[in-house]
Design a protein around this ligand. Structure first.
Ligand SMILES: Cc1cc2nc3c(=O)[nH]c(=O)nc-3n(C[C@H](O)[C@H](O)[C@H](O)COP(=O)(O)OP(=O)(O)OC[C@H]3O[C@@H](n4cnc5c(N)ncnc54)[C@H](O)[C@@H]3O)c2cc1C
Length: 475
């Protein structure tokens, strides 16, 4: 194993694995380590949203992912047994107009299987214990089976989760605050009054319950901090869940329990996602409530945003300044996710009777308005993200170009044109596409490797100006 590497990915959770795969697809080899002895076995994150599926389509394995998961069509909101409203996913602006339910362990396995095709193997049982950024590269100490080794990486990405050692050692600061809500959860085989194709959210005076079907069982989460009978519990078991179900959502029978767990909510955001040669992605950079199933999805998008930028810089196709746009584009998104998921959690779990009444009336009314319902659904599916304030996006046309029309091959850009361009003087990484479906008056449209529209232009001169301004294809 080489001791000098372009990128060291620390952590083989979904974010680190997705990053390692995206780097490989961009022609950059990396090492990926994890302190665990083996891949995860638990289901943790199960909601895979449309934006992640678009990314996986670009990476070429979305069909396999969908085949392993279960398509969920809508979210139904109840007050006790009364249906308040429902929000269907068919208004999602993506070919993937559903939520894929796929246990995190399977997501990780799919990513590991893809990585192996690039001859990249996760180094399990390998922990990062120290790092020092020398301003040119990063010196790293690893520990494996109590043996120390030292390597140097040009770039390190900490995908090492909520307790990130990379974040601590590289001197990142973060702001955190804890929510008071505590949830117990189980994955179980259920029968009776339970949907196999919808997410069900059941508001109840004693606490909210959420049911998310998976292919083989159902994820059940119950908030217990406001329930006098259960509030001091840390975890649940079959008896406790049976009692809670009988009280809050009768008619559901637990046939068998596959996994029991619990969680509290910490909201944290790193003050920057880049410090010199070190980056943070995923839970190491941001953590928040699982409401809306945003955590893993947001982290996967971090990795997608960072991979092509790193690839360009490593191949000397862009200056270092391109890497600063990772923080400017992704940190704001993470901040919005924290606010949104925290807001949903507070409203869903309130024990104030008046706010509960307003919430239930609001859900009944607001979600019936197509415009509002579609906005909420697209926001949760993250199909509305377009980095409109980024220097790398030179268009106020916030239309998100569904990137899956262009099969991404690593860090390749696409220049869409109505007409043939004779002798274009463009870098090799820009592929010209005579686009049959064109949607602008301007004749040229530049698409970034991650599928977002960079700009519309009237001439190649404008395209070159954009590249120079952003340190891409430096002389
Ligand atoms: C109950 C629950 C439900 C959730 N549901 C959803 C959902 O439906 N959708 C969604 O998008 N998100 C969901 N999430 C959030 C999601 O699980 C996380 O956001 C996601 O796991 C973050 O991935 P990650 O790769 O950043 O970090 P992790 O998954 O935490 O992986 C970090 C990895 O780094 C390794 N590591 C740590 N320190 C070191 C070190 N020093 N050296 C080497 N390796 C190290 C760890 O062993 C670990 O494998 C849920 C979370 C919970 C708790």
């Amino acid at each position: 194993m080489t001791n000098l590497v372009d990128v060291l990915v620390v952590g083989a959770g979904p974010v680190g694995l997705n990053l390692a795969l995206a780097l490989n697809k961009s022609g950059v080899q990396c090492r990926i380590i994890d302190s665990k002895a083996e891949p995860s076995k638990t289901s943790n994150a199960i909601g895979v949203n449309a934006r992640t599926l678009e990314i996986w389509k670009s990476m070429g394995f979305v069909d396999t992912a969908i085949a392993h998961g279960l398509k969920l069509n809508q979210v139904k909101l109840f007050s006790g047994s009364k249906l308040l409203n429902h929000a269907e996913f068919d208004s999602v602006e993506s070919e993937f107009n559903f939520m894929l339910s796929l246990p995190q362990a399977q997501t990780e396995k799919l990513l590991i299987d893809e990585l192996v095709k690039y001859n990249t193997h996760v180094e399990w049982n390998t922990k990062l214990t120290d790092l020092k950024d020398t301003n040119e590269s990063v010196n790293i100490t690893l520990n494996s089976d109590s043996k120390e080794s030292h390597i140097t990486a040009k770039w390190v990405v900490g995908c090492d989760g909520y307790h990130s050692k990379v974040r601590e050692l590289a001197g990142f600061t973060q702001e955190c605050h804890d929510l008071t809500q505590h949830f117990i959860m189980m994955d179980a085989k259920l029968s009776g009054n339970i949907s196999r194709s919808d997410v069900s959210i059941v508001f109840n005076g004693a606490g909210v319950m959420v049911f998310i079907p998976m292919k083989d069982n159902v994820r059940v989460m119950a908030e217990i901090s406001n329930d006098p009978k259960f509030k001091d519990l840390k975890s649940g078991n079959l008896d406790i869940f049976t009692k809670i179900l009988n009280e809050r959502h009768p008619g559901v029978v637990i046939d068998s329990v596959d996994w029991l767990s619990d969680f509290s909510i910490h909201e944290c955001l790193a003050s920057n996602f880049r410090n010199g040669h070190v980056f943070l992605a995923g839970d190491s950079a941001h953590s928040h409530s699982p409401a809306g199933a945003q955590g893993m999805n947001t982290g996967i998008q971090d990795s997608w945003n960072l991979a092509w930028k790193l690839a360009h810089v490593i191949k000397n196709e862009a200056t270092d300044s391109l890497l600063d746009t990772y923080n400017t584009e992704r940190r704001g998104i993470a901040n919005d996710v924290i606010k949104r998921s925290g807001g949903i959690t507070k409203v869903a779990t309130t024990n104030n009777k008046f706010i509960q009444l307003l919430r239930n009336l609001g859900v009944g009314g607001i979600l019936s308005i197509d415009l509002i319902r579609n906005k909420i659904v697209n926001s949760l599916q993250q199909t509305d993200i377009c980095y409109e304030n980024s220097l790398l996006i030179n268009t106020d046309q916030v239309l998100y170009q569904n990137q899956t029309k262009f099969q991404n091959i690593g860090s390749k850009w696409f220049l869409l044109t109505k007409d043939e361009i004779p002798n274009p003087d463009l870098p090799d990484f820009i592929e010209i596409v005579r686009n049959p479906v064109y949607w602008s008056d301007q004749p040229l449209c530049l698409i970034r490797p991650d599928g977002y529209i960079a700009m519309y232009a009237d001439s190649l001169f404008e395209i070159s100006g954009y590249l120079v301004e952003n340190g891409i294809n430096p002389a």
